[in-house]
Design a protein around this ligand. Structure first.
Ligand code: ADP
Ligand code: ADP
Length: 226
């Protein structure tokens, strides 16, 4: 379903700045992999290449048994959650969650079933009629997660999804995301600069620095035996 293979990935911006250097990584189906490292080390760029939002300068990315270099984002069996939630402001929570399914000509009945199921998992059934501006940051983030879940992708991509939340909510959402991952049985690739997030959620951590992989291992490998 959701295994990922990065084969010698390089990213150069405008043929000059070498943002990602010879990135090699195999992610097994169902893993929760966290890319961690200081700002500017190439985490987002790598994630965005996997999402198809950024061109790959050199190398190949495979999802399961398919090379995706030239596959459109919407056909990659992935879904991405952003730091700023990227919700549609004029739509209520239900319509935000239903939107991508409508685009895919899913039946009303199936949309309703999927939205309600995701809303139950995330505990947001009470929010479905609200618009984003009437919600708290944590509620918005749950809607953004719901929008991903309804598509039932093999791979979830998350780019600093908790950074805009206050500290208390961040702690709560960390354990919710861990539960959610177990529940969904999907692969997660998660980007953060926060070591605590990496440590508490990852099955495997990839430490990046200046565009290069420095270390790959379990949280114990990385933080207990540095
Ligand atoms: P991170 O997510 O780890 O903070 P990024 O992947 O966003 O890092 O960025 C990696 C490097 O690439 C940074 O030095 C950044 O300034 C540079 N970069 C990112 N996007 C662009 C772009 N569109 N044009 C030129 N340089 C960029
Ligand atoms: P969704 O909105 O549920 O993510 P779409 O099918 O509308 O799904 O989006 C198609 C692709 O565009 C997805 O891969 C998604 O990650 C990406 N995308 C969605 N919103 C944004 C955004 N604000 N900025 C960049 N990419 C986005």
């Amino acid at each position: 379903m959701g295994s990922i293979s990065f084969k010698s990935i390089n990213k150069k911006y405008e043929d000059k700045f070498h943002a990602v250097k010879d990135f090699n990584l195999e992610v097994a189906d169902g893993e929760f992999v966290v890319f961690v490292g200081p700002s500017g080390c190439g985490k987002s760029t790598t994630l965005r290449m996997l999402a198809g939002l950024e061109e790959i300068t050199e190398g190949e990315i495979w999802i399961e048994d398919r090379k995706v270099n030239n596959v459109e984002p919407k056909n990659r069996d992935i879904s991405m959650v952003f730091q700023n939630y990227a919700l549609y402001p004029h739509m209520n929570a239900y319509d935000n969650m239903a939107f991508s399914l409508k685009l895919r000509k899913t039946s009303k009945k199936e949309i309703d079933q999927k939205v309600m199921e995701a809303a139950n998992i995330l505990g947001i059934t009470e929010l479905l009629k609200k618009k984003p501006k009437a919600m708290s940051g944590g509620q918005r983030q749950r809607i953004a997660l719901g929008r991903s879940i309804v598509r039932n992708p093999a791979v979830f991509l998350m780019d600093e999804p908790l950074s805009n939340l206050d500290a208390k909510l961040r702690v709560q959402m960390r354990s919710e995301l861990t539960k959610l991952h177990k529940n969904l049985n999907a692969t997660v690739v998660y980007v953060t600069h926060d070591q605590t997030e990496a440590m508490t959620m990852a099955s495997r951590i990839v430490v990046l620095n200046a565009g290069e992989i420095q270390q790959v291992g379990t949280p114990r490998d990385i933080y207990e035996n540095p």
